[in-house]
Design a protein around this ligand. Sequence first.
Ligand SMILES: NC(=O)C1=CN([C@@H]2O[C@H](COP(=O)(O)OP(=O)(O)OC[C@H]3O[C@@H](n4cnc5c(N)ncnc54)[C@H](OP(=O)(O)O)[C@@H]3O)[C@@H](O)[C@H]2O)[C@@H](O)CC1
Ligand SMILES: Nc1ncnc2c1ncn2[C@@H]1O[C@H](COP(=O)(O)OP(=O)(O)O)[C@@H](O)[C@H]1O
Ligand SMILES: [K+]
Length: 474
Amino acid sequence: MREAHTVAQVRAAEAALAGQPLMDRAVAGLAATCARLLARRRGRVYGARVLVLAGSGDNGGDALFAGAALARRGAAVTAVLLAPERAHPGALAALRATGSQLTADQDVGLADFRRADLILDGIVGIGGRGGLRPAAQPYARAGRRGLLVAVDLPSGVDADTGEVAGEALRADVTVTFGTHKPGLLIDPGAEYAGTVQLVPIGLRPPAAPVQALQHADVAALLPRPGAESDKYRRGVLGVLAGSERYPGAALLAVAGALHGGVGAVRYQGRPGEEVVRRHPEVLLTPGRVQAWVVGPGSGDEAPGALADALADEVPVLVDADGLTELARLGPGALAGRAAPTLLTPHTGEAARLLGGGVTAQQVAGARLHRARELAERYGAVVLLKGSTTVVARPDGAVRVNPTGTAWLATAGSGDVLAGFTGALLAAGLGAFDAASAGAYLHGVAGRIAAADAPVTAGEVAQALPAAWREVCGV
Ligand SMILES: NC(=O)C1=CN([C@@H]2O[C@H](COP(=O)(O)OP(=O)(O)OC[C@H]3O[C@@H](n4cnc5c(N)ncnc54)[C@H](OP(=O)(O)O)[C@@H]3O)[C@@H](O)[C@H]2O)[C@@H](O)CC1
Ligand SMILES: Nc1ncnc2c1ncn2[C@@H]1O[C@H](COP(=O)(O)OP(=O)(O)O)[C@@H](O)[C@H]1O
Ligand SMILES: [K+]
């Protein structure tokens, strides 16, 4: 499990270790990574051109100290100071002692930025407020041929949220200290961070408000039939999806559901004949279910379908047209429910659920905040889809999904996700776990099915068993 902590938590954990050489540990890890990258790229550190961009705080100090370590190994280091009168004095002295060039001339900095083998972004770290300031903005736009290593986080990215106000530096590698920061895991910030490497420095922060599961965590959540299992005990998922107008959504939601670990899928929508023709395993008869999926392709039938599903005191996953209907009804529609509800909006649906003129673009720019806001307002677990899928619980706990591929942005892949995740709910996982495991495996399936080429939603569904096996290591 990767854990991400807020700036306030990092500061508190740092304060508890006062007197320990945290900066030395951070710098040692940073310099080692830079040396490794240079050795991989050009065979050796000696003779490499390194540019250090140093701001006024300890983030700049880390970058300057690491620059000094690389200079001692024979790199030709130039440091550009963005706030020369406030640069970290000890780090400045260390770099000066190596005979490296120090300058406040941004023209020199920009020229070096274009030709350096490696650039260290130490403009600002967790002490950053607001977007990149004007002096640093040209670096966000300039071209370069070398690698950019962000110190702790890319300058311009908000550490707590991943929001980017204006511009940010785009890193190939981010070397982060002590713990991950939410902004490194959530787009748009995550997109700027490149590959993230964590350097342990001995911090002992509290429970993480934001987590990213890994294979073993997901494997531990997945249902597994035992000797006592039968198809009913494994759970039955009810699917209220598809309509005369959108029969495909029913087929795709069922295709996802059949791979989600339930004993049976009960389809209760309109195009039942087509569903059974394609998926003969499906039950069409009414009967008890352990969870419902409602909404994919429901079209005009969404109001009735949503009302039916919500009236049943079992967990309900609401997607697509079900969400549009829920947005019309408002959070009150869920108020009386004792069983969990899981909402799976994309950014446009999330904007509709939030109302008040919020746009899809605003949701995409502030995923963490908006997913939490929705979860709290509706008293439901929210799985906010998109380039970074964020799963939020009403109490504010968040899991960020690390799997997936942009090839998943294809019609119907959300229907597969809804069916699959609904099946995990029916198999007995809690809503937060079902959403996290559903998004995770759907992302792995997307990667397997796409293999760097266009993919259809049906192929993603077919790849779910391979994803399940990969995650469980079988
Ligand atoms: N925590 C830990 O355990 C450890 C932390 N370590 C390191 O310390 C870093 C944090 O250092 P920090 O606290 O000095 O803050 P930092 O990020 O350098 O920036 C603050 C300075 O920048 C300025 N500034 C603000 N906003 C700005 C902007 N948008 N654009 C430009 N400038 C801006 C602000 O000054 P202002 O101009 O606002 O007065 C202030 O002077 C952390 O990221 C990690 O690298 C490790 O060494 C060891 C263990
Ligand atoms: N840029 C992206 N990168 C990664 N995954 C994406 C991206 N855009 C969309 N996705 C994923 O693709 C799926 C699309 O779901 P959705 O928007 O509901 O599509 P549909 O309604 O057509 O089925 C979701 O799992 C979402 O997280
Ligand atoms: K930085």
